[in-house]
Write a protein that binds this ligand. Structure first.
Ligand code: UD1
Length: 419
C-alpha cells in the first residue's frame, strides 16, 4: 500500500490549477444513463471514484472510454441493461447509488445492493427512497438489496426532511422523464446540483430552481446525448487555500468560481488570511498572524463539511481557542486523533471539537481515515517540524487529482512511496 511522506516547514510559491469537481462528475456520469445515447464529459478528473462509477456503468453494459490524454470520458448507454450492477463495485463507493434514479426512470425496474455506512457516518438512503416512492415506484428492501419497480413514474411534490445532496440528485434524475410536474422542497442547493441540472437541461430536460431550496421539474419524453465540462472542484480549491494559510505562504489558485468559494473565503478572512480574486483565480496570502475562529458545518451555502478536517488542521496551528461543530455527519472527527499524534491539542465532545492552537506540530506516522481527513494530514504535515508519513492514502486518491505532484510544484517536499 502506498504512503505519502511530507517534509515539514516548507514555504509554498507559484500557481496551481484546480481540477473539475468529483462531486459533479459522479452524478453526471450516472445521469448519462437517462439518454440511452452518447455523452462526453470533458476535463474529467481522473480519480479512483470516477473510475469506480464508470466500472459500475460498464457492469450494466454501458460502453465507457476513459481517455487520460485529454481527460475526457465518452459514455454510450444505448446498450445498458437493467441487470444488477456488480455489488463489490457498488460497495466501494456510496455514490454508486446515484444510478438508482436514472435506472428506475429508464427501465421501470432496478435492483441494487444497499450502500453500507462508511467511516464518517451511517449515511442512510431513506430520503432517496421516499422520493422514488412519491414518484410512484414500489420499493422493497430485503437481504441487503433495494428493489424498485413501476409501470411509470408520475411527478409529485416531495419535501425532503433534510437537504441531502445525494437524495436531491437521485430524485431530480428520476423525475426528468416522469409524467407531469415534480417539485422538490427543502432541496440541497450545492453548486454540484446546479451543474447536474445544467447537464440534464442541455440534454433536453426541463429543470428550474436547481441551486435553490425549491427545484421544479417538468417531465419530458426523451433526452439526447451531449458534451459537458463540469464545474471546478471547490473543495480541492479550498484545500489549496488552506495550504497557503498553514504554511504562511502566498500562492495563486487557478480555477475557482468566487460564488462557490464564499463560505470558505468568509471563514479564512475571519481568520486573518488575505485573499484577492482575479477573475477565475484567487491569490491567497497566509503570511500573517492568524486568529482562532468558530465553525459550524452546514448545508450549502453554509461552511462545507468536506472542508472541516482541513480547517481543523489549520486551526491546530493558530494560537488561541477555536470551536468546530459538525452538524452534517455524526462521525467526522477521526482526523482529530491523527492530528493529536502530531502534537495537536483537540478535545472532542460529541459533535464539537475544541482546538487549542499549539506553537508547532511535529512529524509522526499517521493514517488517512477518510478522503478529507487524508488531505488535512498533508496540510498539517507541511506545517509540522520534521517528517510525516501518511498511510492508507487510497482514500486521498479517491478525490484529489495528482495531489503530490500539485504540491511538489508549489515547493513541498512530498513523495509517494510504494511498499
Ligand atoms: C455528498 C457528497 C459528500 C458531502 C456530502 C455533504 C457526493 C458524491 N458526496 O454526499 O462529499 O460530504 O454530500 O455535503 O456528492 N441523509 C439521510 N437520509 C438520506 C440521505 C442522507 O439521513 O436518505 C443524511 C446523511 O446521513 C447525512 C446528511 O443527510 O447526515 C447529508 O448527507 P448527503 O447530503 O446525502 O450526503 P451525500 O450525498 O452522501
Amino acid at each position: 500500500m502506498d504512503k505519502i511522506v511530507v517534509k515539514g516547514g516548507c514555504k509554498l510559491s507559484g500557481e496551481v490549477n484546480i481540477s473539475s469537481a468529483k462531486n459533479s462528475v459522479l452524478p453526471i456520469i450516472a445521469a448519462s444513463i437517462l439518454c440511452g445515447d452518447k455523452c462526453c464529459i470533458r476535463n474529467a478528473p481522473m480519480l479512483e471514484d470516477v473510475i469506480v462509477i464508470c466500472n459500475v456503468l460498464k457492469s450494466l453494459n454501458a460502453d465507457v472510454t476513459i481517455n487520460k490524454e485529454d481527460s475526457s470520458i465518452i459514455i454510450d448507454t444505448s446498450k445498458v441493461i437493467t441487470g444488477e450492477p456488480n455489488s463489490d463495485l457498488v460497495g466501494k463507493m456510496r455514490a454508486s447509488f446515484l444510478i438508482m434514479g436514472p435506472m428506475i426512470s429508464r427501465f421501470g425496474k432496478f435492483r441494487i445492493s444497499l450502500p453500507g455506512g462508511c467511516n464518517i457516518g451511517t449515511r442512510p438512503i431513506d430520503l432517496h427512497l421516499k422520493g422514488f416512492k412519491a414518484l410512484g415506484a414500489k420499493i422493497s428492501v430485503s437481504q441487503g438489496h433495494v428493489e424498485a419497480s413501476t409501470s411509470k413514474l408520475v411527478g409529485n411534490k416531495i419535501y425532503l426532511d433534510f437537504p441531502s445532496v445525494g437524495a436531491t440528485e437521485n430524485i431530480m434524475m428520476a423525475a426528468v422523464l416522469a409524467e407531469g410536474d415534480t417539485t422538490i422542497e427543502n432541496a440541497a442547493a450545492e453548486p454540484e446540483i446546479e451543474d447536474l441540472a445544467s447537464f440534464l437541461n442541455s440534454m433536453g430536460a426541463m429543470i428550474k430552481g436547481a441551486g435553490t431550496d425549491t427545484i421544479k421539474i417538468t417531465g419530458v419524453k426523451k433526452l439526447d446525448g451531449v458534451s459537458h465540462t463540469p464545474i471546478y472542484d471547490r473543495i480541492e480549491a479550498g484545500t489549496f487555500m488552506i495550504a497557503a494559510a498553514v504554511t504562511k505562504s502566498k500562492i495563486k489558485i487557478n480555477g475557482i468560481l468566487e460564488e462557490h468559494m464564499k463560505p470558505v473565503i468568509a471563514k479564512l478572512t475571519e481568520c486573518g488570511v488575505s485573499m484577492e480574486i482575479q477573475g477565475k483565480s484567487i491569490v491567497v496570502d497566509g503570511d500573517r498572524e492568524l486568529k482562532p475562529v468558530d465553525i459550524k458545518t452546514m448545508p450549502y451555502p453554509g461552511f462545507p463539511t468536506d472542508m472541516q478536517a482541513q480547517m481543523m488542521a489549520l486551526l491546530c496551528t493558530v494560537r488561541g481557542t477555536s470551536l468546530i461543530t459538525e452538524t452534517i455527519f455524526e462521525n467526522r472527527f477521526m482526523h482529530a486523533s491523527e492530528l493529536k499524534r502530531m502534537g495537536a491539542n483537540i478535545k472532542i465532545d460529541g459533535r464539537s471539537a475544541v482546538i487549542e492552537g499549539v506553537e508547532r506540530l511535529s512529524g509522526a506516522e499517521v493514517k488517512a481515515t477518510d478522503l478529507r481527513a487524508g488531505a488535512a494530514l498533508i496540510l498539517a504535515a507541511m506545517a509540522a517540524e520534521g517528517s510525516t508519513t501518511i498511510c492508507d492514502i487510497y482514500h486521498i486518491d479517491r478525490g484529489y487529482v495528482e495531489i503530490e505532484n500539485k504540491f511538489r510544484r508549489l515547493g513541498v517536499e512530498i513523495n509517494r512511496i510504494s511498499e
